[in-house]
Design a protein around this ligand. Structure first.
Ligand SMILES: [Zn+2]
Length: 149
């Protein structure tokens, strides 16, 4: 039975009542304009109303709503932290490897310099020996270690 109004809609106690009302309304003059109407259960008064079917669609999500950013869970944050730690460790290991390579290269360079200095000293001594055998006086050679050759 139609007794009261809710939100400017006639309130029907049952769905049947509301459907009957809608069917009756559609048979009235200009009733074809009521095609967009249907019956819905009201969340306010728990009764049934005749209303626009479009209302339901409007409340439903429209095309591709942007999903709200989900707050990160504790586990996600912990995993992210572990991932960052691994990256830092990797960077530190790489840096250490680079420093070791520089030290190694330095060592090789130093050894090569030593070998070169020894070779130069030996050559000069041989030169001096030859000149001495020939009886030629030579001024003392500068120390290659002090002059850097
Ligand atoms: Zn209502």
């Amino acid at each position: 039975m139609t007794t009261e109004k809710c939100n400017n809609h006639l309130r029907h106690e049952t769905e049947r009542e509301a459907l009957d009302h809608l069917r009756w309304a559609r048979k009235q003059p200009h009733g074809k304009n009521l095609r967009a109407l249907n019956v819905f259960r009201c969340q306010i008064c728990d009764g049934y109303h005749v209303g626009r079917s479009g209302l339901k669609k409007q409340s439903a999500p429209v095309s591709n709503p942007t999903p709200a950013a989900k707050p990160r869970t504790f586990g996600e944050i912990r995993r992210k932290l572990r991932q960052l730690e691994n990256q830092w460790d990797k960077a530190r290991r790489h840096r250490a490897y680079q420093l070791q390579a520089i030290v190694d290269a330095d060592r090789v360079c130093f050894a090569a310099e030593q070998t070169l200095v020894e070779a130069v000293v030996e050559q000069r001594q041989q030169q001096d020996d030859v000149l001495r055998e020939l009886g030629i006086q030579i001024p003392p050679a500068p120390n290659p270690l002090r002059t850097g050759l």
